[in-house]
Design a protein around this ligand. Structure first.
Ligand code: NDP
Length: 247
């Protein structure tokens, strides 16, 4: 039996994460779908298996340090090693001007979207370092570069993910572990239902191509970043924004 590469996709049971999980499975990786909703993750893992791929489901809350360590351990115990981590789990939080936000609104978004990425990176690096190879791909957002009004905590958390990616890419540059981020503009998923329609309209109006992206378009780039073909990029941020951000 060939020793196939393995991947964890957090928040992989729907939206962009699910498109990434399916794509990596089609690329031949063994994929762990880690999500809050175990039932849904199990259904999607079974769907991947029914199409000839290899997949497992894990219940994981990215804000829980012990749970995140257990998530990585589950993959290493089952498949022997962890090769790819896709930090995709995320929430938009409440859409509101800053004067109406509670500390809890701020904290929840920072916990899931930024601290969650830190915890998952830490656990994955611990597993990857001894093997001297790995790929970490963080799903940031164009909000982290451009800022979206009425989404201050989200924009700040995603800017934090970009900073984390740049620092960790440099820190691990000689370790064989590449760390990159993807920064999509609006992508058609259920997360848009969490955001006020006027804000979604604002974000769409800023895209020169005049349309939202599709989860599969994100998965295409992640597929490349997870593959051996990506060999000289680390600490980098790759835009998928229909032209919104160009620096
Ligand atoms: P969805 O809301 O469709 O999916 C998010 C997934 O993350 C869900 O499966 C959700 O689980 C899971 N999740 C939420 N909180 C946690 C947690 N604490 N631990 C584990 N899993 C969790 O969103 P998208 O697919 O649109 O977003 C995926 C990523 O892409 C996010 O990081 C988002 O910020 C980013 N992004 C999205 C854009 C867009 O326009 N769609 C644009 C730019 C970036 P459950 O269903 O159980 O709640």
């Amino acid at each position: 039996m060939t020793d196939r590469k393995t991947a964890i996709v957090t928040g992989g049971a729907r939206g962009i994460g699910l498109a990434i999980a399916r794509r990596l499975a089609r690329d031949g990786l063994r994929v762990a779908i880690a999500d809050l909703d175990l039932e849904k993750a199990e259904r999607e893992a079974a769907a991947i298996r029914s199409e000839g791929g290899e997949a497992m489901a894990i219940r994981a809350d990215v804000t829980d340090p012990a749970g995140v360590e257990a998530m990585v351990r589950a993959v290493v115990d089952r498949w022997g090693h962890l090769d790819v981590l896709v930090n995709n789990a995320g929430i938009a939080g409440r859409t509101a001007p800053i004067q109406d936000l509670d500390v809890e609104d701020w904290q929840r978004v920072i916990d899931v979207d930024l601290t969650g990425v830190f915890l998952c990176c830490r656990a994955a690096v611990r597993a990857m370092l001894p093997r001297g190879s790995g790929r970490i791909i963080n799903i940031a957002s164009i909000a982290g570069k451009e800022g979206n009004p009425t989404l201050v905590p989200y924009s700040a958390a995603k800017a934090g993910v970009i900073g984390l990616t740049k620092a960790l890419g440099k820190e691990l540059a000689q370790s064989g572990i590449l760390v990159n981020a993807v920064a999509p503009a609006v992508i058609e998923t259920e997360i848009l239902q969490q955001i006020a329609p006027e804000t979604v309209q604002y974000m769409l109006s800023k895209i020169p191509m005049g349309r939202a992206g599709k989860p599969e378009e994100v998965a295409e780039l992640v597929s490349w970043l997870a593959s051996p073909a990506c060999s000289f990029s680390t600490g980098a941020v790759f835009d998928l924004s229909g032209g919104r951000a160009t620096y």
